[in-house]
Design a protein. Structure first.
Length: 404
């Protein structure tokens, strides 16, 4: 009889253990007095394995409080093994929300794909990335042989939530339609030239900005329903007499205007760096003295961000008003040393520590961009500045996660 009782206890303990390992509850707390929507949270893969032993990356589902399956993604960060799980949450002001991670399938359909990142060898080695709101690109080795060096960030404005990069490249290269004209979905109305464009980073040693060349190699790190990320590596650059190799890691989440950029400068010591936004006038890079007086930069280094606005470019034969492009740089709170206008840039400066990544955010918006409901997203510069202020505040006050 004692043996039977012991066996029942053992069976009960095993059942309890199995049940405790069947799911992971993620409680998300919002410390701010403002609602937060479509914000990405991350759970380590080791914790998921601990709670849901032996689960495979393709067999993980995330459910919200109503039991609805959410889009989620396992991150690899270029490694062979899973590193973490990400998904997007919405949490009310000063409130909380619970999410359950369990065995199952995500609710993904092909139409849910809101992200893309790829090398475009057909367009002289551009590297382009986009989400449902905005698109960006950087220039590769083939273009450098033709146009010279340009390692700033370009902006493609979108008025659709559909992916456009492949479609626009095909139409432009075939001569069907130029992506420098708005055919109903948006356009490339941004000129980079020999500048940092929309928020690229460069060494800033002895008050001297050292612009790099086009990237040499590219590598996709992650591509999924929540985030795309990739790595660009540059040829050695002379920085105050030292050959330095720049490594850029860039990611973009669904439903965001901002890319997260993490920079390493191999063989560099501690030094000052600067992220920059090119100043404009008459569709071309300008100087501080000649920049368009209609658009005044906003410098808020104490809050960790700077913003700028400019009239979107148009082809010489095109008299269309292509609206206003808004740009911004956000440094995590306390990281921005200074912000200033210098040369043909609005610069945000910070301190790079040797062998440590320097991480910040840059991005753009457009006065003609619309939401999925057809409402203008940023009809005024003030709304763009409010968006950036809100994003900077969120970085300062991240969502708090607890697990059970």
């Amino acid at each position: 009889m004692k043996k039977v009782f012991f066996s029942l206890l053992t069976f009960s303990a095993l059942m309890t253990s199995c049940q405790s390992r069947s799911a992971l509850t993620v409680n998300v707390v919002n410390p701010l007095d403002a609602d937060r929507a479509d914000e990405t949270v991350e759970v380590s893969w080791s914790l998921i394995q601990e709670r849901i032993g032996g689960v495979e990356p393709q067999d993980v589902a995330v459910l919200n409080g109503r039991g609805e399956r959410l889009l989620s993604q396992v991150l690899y960060r270029g490694q062979p093994q899973p590193q973490s799980l990400i998904f997007q949450v919405s949490v009310p002001a000063q409130g909380s929300a619970a999410y359950v991670v369990k065995r199952g399938k995500t609710a993904a359909k092909l139409s849910d794909c809101k992200l893309s990142a790829r090398l475009a060898p057909e367009r002289m080695d551009d590297f382009a990335w986009e989400n449902n709101r905005i698109a960006y690109r950087m220039y590769g080795p083939a273009l450098m042989k033709v146009d010279g060096p340009s390692n700033g960030i370009d902006v493609w404005c979108k008025r659709t939530e559909s992916l456009v990069v492949d479609k626009w490249y095909e139409a432009d290269l075939s001569g069907k339609a130029s992506y420098h004209q708005d055919h109903g979905e948006g356009l490339d109305g941004y000129k980079v030239g020999r500048t940092l464009g929309c928020g690229a980073l460069a060494p800033y040693v002895n008050n001297q900005l050292t612009l790099g060349n086009n990237f040499v190699t590219s590598k996709i790190l992650d591509s999924g329903l929540v985030r795309v990320s990739f790595e660009l590596i540059y040829a050695p650059l002379d920085v105050a007499g030292t050959p330095v190799v720049e490594v850029r890691r860039i990611s973009l989440d669904a439903n965001s205007q901002l890319s997260c950029i993490s920079e390493m400068f191999i063989n560099a010591g501690d030094m000052e760096v600067a992220a920059g936004i090119v100043l404009k006038n008459n569709k071309a890079p300008a100087t501080v003295a000649t920049a368009d007086p209609n658009y005044k930069p906003l410098l808020a280094p104490d809050k960790g961000y700077v913003t700028y606005a400019e009239q979107a470019d148009a082809l010489k034969s095109d008299t269309t008003n292509n609206g206003v492009i808004y740009t911004a740089i956000i440094f995590p709170f306390g990281v921005m040393n200074n912000a200033k206008l210098e040369g043909n840039h609005l610069l945000a400066t910070g301190s790079y520590k040797a062998n440590e990544p320097f991480t910040y955010y840059s991005g753009a918006g457009w006065s003609k961009a619309v939401t999925g409901e057809g409402v203008l997203r940023f009809p005024t510069e003030k709304l763009w500045q409010e968006y950036i202020a809100s994003e900077a505040l969120k970085l300062k006050n991240p969502l708090k996660l607890s697990f059970k």
